[in-house]
Design a protein around this ligand. Structure first.
Ligand code: SF4
Length: 476
C-alpha cells in the first residue's frame, strides 16, 4: 500500500506546488481570447480572471521562438505524469477484482478497447468496476452530455435507505474484492443533486476504506456546500475532485469564489465549446454531430493537436474520431432509485450503443437478495475465460480481416492491428478464415476446422479461445 500512498501524495504535491500556474492554464485552454488580452494588458487580464502569476512564469508565451520545452509546460506535464502513475498504481494494480473469472472478463474488455477505442483511451482509463447513481436523472442538462440523462426525477434517500445502502456495499464488496475500491457514486447524474451525497460517500469510506472521487458541474452554485465537501473529502483522503466548467462565465465565477489553494487538488475541466477539450462523441453530443457533421470536424481538429494523437502515426493516419466514449467502467452500473443494474464496458458509440458502452445485460432487483442472485447468474454467463460450445462465434463488426499470402491481419479502429503469420500460426489463421466466412457456433466451427483442415478439436478450441481472450469475438 505504501507505493500507492506515495503515488497519491506525489500527485497531490505537484498539484499544490503549481496551483497558481494550473489555474492560469485552465483559463488559457478554455478561452481563445485570453492570449490576446494578455498581450494587450497582462496584469489587468489576470486580475479580471482571478489569476495570480508572474509574467516570468509564462515568459515563453511572449517570446518569438524557443526550441526548448518551456518550464511552465514541464510543470503542467509533471502533474499529468504523476496523475497517470497514480492511476496505474491504484486502478490497474490495487483495484483488481478478486474473482479470477471476473478478472479475465475485465482483461478481455480492456484488450478489446485497444482495438475499439485506441491505445490512448485504453491506457489512461481507470477501468473501474462499479459506478452507482444516487439519483434518477440530472438537473443540469448539458447540451454536450455524452450520457443523455432525463431531467432530475428522484433522489435515493439516506434517511430511509442507509441500512440497505450499507448491505449493498457489503454485497458488492464480497463479490468484487479489491475492485470495490474503484467505486464512484455518479454517472448520468449530478452528485450534488442528492442532498445526502456526502453521507453516502462516508458510508462507502467506512465499508471500503476509500472515499470516492467526485465530478460536479455545479461548483458555482452551492459554493458553501462544495467548499465543505472539498474539506471533508480531503480529510478522508480522496484522490480527486473534479469541476466541470461548462462556460467561461462559470469558470470566472469559480476562480473568483475559490482560492488557488482551495482548488489545488481539484481538476477544473474547461467544457465550454471553444475550450481545448474535445467532447466524447456519444449521447446528446453524438445526436448533435449527426445533424451537424461540422461540429464533429471542429472537435476532431482539437484532438489532432494533442501530442498523443499527432505524434502517433497510427492515430494521425486514421480518420476515426479518437473520443468515441467517455465510459470508464468495465463492470457494474447501478441506479439505486430504480434498482437497476447493468453490466457494461466502453465501446465507440454507434446506433447500437449510443451512450458509448456495451450493455451486456441489465436487470432490476427488488431487494439485496435479488441482487445477489443476479450477480451469481451473470458470473456464470459472462465472467468466463473460455467460450461455450453453443456460443455464436463472430468478430465485432468493426474488426476488418485482411488475408495476405503470408499473414492474416485483424484490424480495429485507429489502425490497431494484430498480425498472425501463416507459417508460425497455421491453426489460428485457418480459424480466422472460418470465423470470418462461416459465422456459426463454437462447435460448428470446430467441426468445419476438423473436416476442412484436419485441425483437432483441442487445437481449434485453443485457437478460438485465444482470439476470444484478445477481445475480437463479440460477446453480445
Ligand atoms: S454532463 Fe454531467 S451534469 Fe451535465 S447533463 Fe450530463 S450527467 Fe448531468
Amino acid at each position: 500500500m505504501n507505493t500507492t500512498i506515495k503515488a497519491k501524495d506525489t500527485f497531490h504535491a505537484s498539484m499544490r506546488k503549481y496551483a497558481r500556474l494550473k489555474r492560469f492554464f485552465e483559463r488559457f485552454s478554455a478561452d481563445p481570447d485570453f492570449m490576446n488580452n494578455l498581450k494587450l494588458n497582462f496584469n489587468e487580464t489576470l486580475e479580471k480572471n482571478h489569476i495570480k502569476i508572474d509574467r516570468e512564469d509564462v515568459r515563453y508565451l511572449f517570446e518569438k521562438e524557443n526550441s526548448e520545452t518551456p518550464e511552465a509546460v514541464i510543470k503542467m506535464w509533471n502533474i499529468v505524469q504523476n496523475k497517470q502513475r497514480w492511476v496505474e498504481q491504484f486502478y490497474l494494480n490495487d483495484c483488481l477484482p478478486s474473482k479470477a473469472s471476473m478478472l479475465s472478463w475485465r482483461k478481455r474488455q480492456i484488450e478489446r478497447q485497444r482495438y475499439d477505442l485506441g491505445p490512448f483511451f485504453t491506457n489512461t482509463n481507470i477501468h473501474s468496476s462499479l459506478a452507482v447513481e444516487l439519483s434518477q436523472g440530472c438537473s443540469v442538462g448539458c447540451w454536450f452530455c455524452a450520457l443523455s440523462p432525463d431531467s432530475l426525477k428522484n433522489n435515493y434517500s439516506h434517511e430511509t435507505n442507509q441500512e440497505e445502502w450499507i448491505r449493498f456495499i457489503q454485497i458488492m464488496n464480497s463479490f468484487l474484492g479489491n475492485a470495490i475500491k474503484s467505486t464512484f457514486l455518479y454517472w448520468a447524474t449530478e452528485p450534488f443533486d442528492n442532498p445526502y451525497y456526502e453521507k453516502f460517500c462516508i458510508d462507502l469510506y467506512n465499508e471500503t476504506g476509500v472515499f470516492p472521487p467526485t465530478t460536479t458541474a455545479v461548483a458555482h452554485k452551492d459554493i458553501d456546500r462544495i467548499k465543505q465537501f472539498l474539506k471533508l473529502s480531503s480529510d478522508y483522503g480522496t484522490w480527486l475532485n473534479r469541476f466541470s466548467l461548462t462556460s467561461l462565465g462559470i469558470m470566472r465565477k469559480v476562480h473568483k469564489n475559490y482560492t488557488e489553494e482551495e482548488l489545488a487538488e481539484v481538476e477544473c475541466l474547461p467544457l465550454n465549446k471553444k475550450a481545448n477539450y474535445a467532447y466524447g462523441n456519444s449521447g446528446n453530443f453524438r445526436e448533435r454531430t449527426k445533424a451537424d457533421p461540422n461540429l464533429l470536424a471542429e472537435q476532431d481538429e482539437k484532438l489532432r493537436t494533442a501530442p498523443w494523437h499527432h505524434k502517433d502515426s497510427d492515430y494521425n493516419s486514421s480518420e476515426d474520431y479518437a473520443n468515441g466514449s467517455i465510459c470508464c467502467v468495465s463492470g457494474f452500473l447501478v441506479n439505486m432509485v430504480s434498482r437497476k443494474i447493468q453490466l457494461i464496458s466502453p465501446t465507440t458509440a454507434t446506433d447500437e450503443w449510443p451512450l458509448g458502452y456495451i450493455i451486456f445485460d441489465e436487470a432490476k432487483f427488488e431487494n439485496i437478495e435479488e441482487l445477489q442472485i443476479i450477480l451469481n447468474s451473470w458470473e456464470e454467463r459472462f465472467f468466463k475465460s473460455e467460450m461455450d460450445l453453443d456460443d455464436f462465434v463472430a468478430f465485432y463488426p468493426w474488426i476488418h480481416t485482411r488475408f495476405t499470402e503470408n499473414e492474416v491481419i485483424l484490424k480495429g479502429r485507429f489502425n490497431q492491428k494484430k498480425q498472425f503469420s501463416r507459417i508460425d500460426d497455421p491453426v489460428i489463421t485457418k480459424l480466422i478464415e472460418l470465423i470470418t466466412n462461416t459465422k456459426s457456433s463454437f462447435k460448428e466451427i470446430q467441426a468445419h476446422a476438423l473436416e476442412q483442415f484436419d485441425i483437432s478439436l483441442i487445437d481449434s478450441k485453443k485457437a478460438i479461445n485465444t482470439l476470444f481472450s484478445y477481445g475480437f469475438i463479440s460477446e453480445k
